[in-house]
Design a protein around this ligand. Structure first.
Ligand SMILES: [Zn+2]
Length: 345
């Protein structure tokens, strides 16, 4: 059964998943408190081949992000490894976004092993990869890891693919949030760059937050532990993740209280995103920011064009072809109507 699970894991996520059992990579310079915070090298099967090389810069400080001088070779090896690894990743195995912020994967069963279910408290944040991208964050969440003070500022962290950009049709206007892989409410990690990714507002609020809240509520109610792992998934060398895999399993009751395995899409309805760079545009670029605004248009059912009410074509239109429509322009276009080239509705 275990073998089957592992096999499935590899098939479904083709090696992106960190299946645990990796070597810890020395102390992180970022452990700011007495909490046990270690930095973890990625442990996918491909990485094991390059572990010897990787260890050479394991002790380098993370604070200045990126590789320190003299570790160029390791950096390149990592880049190559990361490329090999991500090209093996098949996000094509994951259905395209189709209206739900997340989908269950692996029958909603997290990829933890039975032996992973421990009460030992830990938090592991992977080092950024050679492209500056955050990777797996993994913790055993319990009351002791939760914050005792309010969250501080995180604006100084610029995760890979970061852009400060606003759209009118995005809740809160900003397309991107600095998304905690493991939410602040769970492990109190504030401005830890290894725990922050560029995520859409939609991923953050509609996708990840409900799962995070579920775990926080459960821990507060039961005082139990929950294994919690979040893995950003990238295509090739894209700076922006396609989505994140979220896994959680409660320890004391062996998953009775909490158990899920979901893929959350890093998308934003109405916005087109270039995942290579993080660039974006409104899907209806000619009317950026207005695609959710309603208007009144006159449709010609004969030509399948639509017009502003004061367009001269409207006056010439036969009554039987004329239809008044009030609603979103984008929906008219989605229904197959074309805007008139004279009045540019
Ligand atoms: Zn017109």
């Amino acid at each position: 059964m275990k073998k089957l699970k592992l096999l499935l894991a590899n098939i479904i996520l083709a090696g992106v998943l960190v299946l645990g059992g990796c070597a810890d990579a020395g102390d992180s310079s970022q452990s700011s408190s007495s909490k046990e915070t270690t930095t973890q090298e990625s442990a996918s099967s491909e990485d094991q081949n390059t572990n010897a090389e990787d260890s050479s810069d394991d002790t380098s400080a993370q604070a200045d992000s990126g590789n320190t001088a003299g570790s160029d070779t390791a950096g390149k090896t990592k880049a190559a490894a990361s490329k090999a690894k991500t090209s093996a990743v098949s996000t094509s195995k994951i259905p395209k976004y189709s209206g739900s912020p997340y989908i269950k994967v692996h029958n909603n069963v997290p990829f933890f092993k039975k032996s992973d279910l421990t009460k030992k408290v830990f938090e592991k944040y992977s080092k950024l990869d050679a492209l500056g991208r955050c990777r797996t964050a993994y913790a055993n969440v319990c009351k002791a890891t939760m914050p005792t003070e309010k969250r501080g500022r995180i604006g100084m962290v610029k995760p890979s693919g970061w852009h400060t950009v606003k759209y009118n049709n995005v809740d809160g206007k900003y397309l991107y949030n600095r998304c905690h892989l493991i939410g602040y409410q769970l492990t109190a990690e504030n401005a830890n760059e290894s725990n922050l990714m560029t995520g859409t507002r939609y991923l953050n609020v509609d996708g990840m937050l409900p799962f995070e809240n579920m775990v926080a509520d459960y821990v507060k109610e039961t005082n139990n532990h929950v294994l919690y792992r979040v893995t950003p998934i990238y295509t090739d060398e894209n700076l922006l993740a396609d989505g994140v895999l979220m896994e959680a399993e409660s320890v004391e009751d062996k998953g009775k209280g909490i158990s899920y395995c979901v893929y959350v899409y890093n998308v934003q309805p109405g916005i087109k995103i270039d995942y290579e760079t993080g660039d974006s545009s409104a899907k209806d670029s000619r009317r950026s920011g207005q695609s959710s605004a309603k208007g009144t248009y006159i449709i010609n059912e004969n030509t399948n064009k639509f017009h502003k009410p004061d367009c001269r074509s409207v006056k010439m239109m036969k009554d039987k072809n004329k239809k008044t429509y009030t609603g979103k322009r984008s929906e008219l276009i989605n229904s197959g109507y074309e805007p008139c080239k004279n009045c540019n509705p």
